[in-house]
Ligand binder design. Structure first.
Ligand code: AMP
Length: 216
């Protein structure tokens, strides 16, 4: 199964993608995670990406497309994968189409998650992550047992630099301007499956599985 997940920041697509890929043993390719790792390790790509990410802007297409192409050629992606957070522009979608064509494969579904803007803002500004193992929390919806510390490894929880209120508004604008046009792009290719993501994550997951597997 080859999947693409799109949706605005905070819609919960990362959580859903993680649940689906763990359950069905698919590689989960989240460009945001790959880039944050590169920034942490101060690799050449990380150094180029950092300023864009801190502002809430997109990293240049060429950098992200190269990362994705290299990852898709890994052996574990042969039987399927879930791309989470890529493509995010029409240019990236066109580049992906070319990459997949060269690999003689296609995408099965493009899942697009939607939710009202205020819900997104509340979700993102309450988000916290473990600085050490990467586990995710939310101050209201998914609080850790001990405030400020990870249940799994005990390290301190941090707020992503780009999850602050000011940057969140910018990221949502970037989404509307640059990523939302992909909805039409994939609808025209009959690949788009829309899922209302305002509700209980388990119920959304049930809808996701039904959508993806029923249609295959
Ligand atoms: P995410 O974790 O998906 O919200 O991504 C965090 C940040 O990483 C974004 O705000 C962008 O700066 C960068 N990023 C992630 N994926 C992409 C992409 N496909 N194209 C450009 N920038 C990206």
């Amino acid at each position: 199964m080859r999947l693409i997940f799109i949706g605005p920041p905070g819609v919960g697509k990362g959580t859903q993608a993680k649940m689906l890929t763990e359950k069905h043993r698919l590689p989960h390719i989240a460009t945001g995670d790959i880039l944050r790792n590169a920034v942490r390790q101060q690799t050449p790509i990380g150094l180029q990406a950092k300023a864009h990410m801190d502002r809430g802007d997109l990293v240049p297409d060429k950098i992200v497309v190269d990362i994705v192409e290299e990852r898709l050629r890994d052996a574990d992606c042969r039987d399927g994968f879930a791309l989470d957070g890529f493509p995010r522009t029409i240019e990236q979608a066109n580049a992906l189409e070319q990459v997949l064509k060269r690999m003689a494969i296609g995408v099965d579904h493009v899942v697009c998650f939607t939710t009202p803007r205020q819900v997104l803002i509340d979700r993102i500004s309450g988000r916290r992550a473990c600085g050490s193992c990467g586990s995710n929390y939310h101050v209201v919806n998914l609080p850790p047992k001990r405030e400020g510390f990870c249940d799994r490894c005990g390290s301190a929880l941090i707020q992503r630099k780009d999850d602050t209120a000011a940057t969140v508004a910018d990221r949502l604008d970037v989404y509307d301007r640059q990523t939302a046009p992909l909805v039409r792009y994939y609808r025209e290719r009959s690949l788009l499956r829309e899922i209302d993501a305002d509700g209980d994550p388990r119920e959304i997951f049930r809808k996701l599985e039904e959508t993806v597997w029923r249609r295959s």
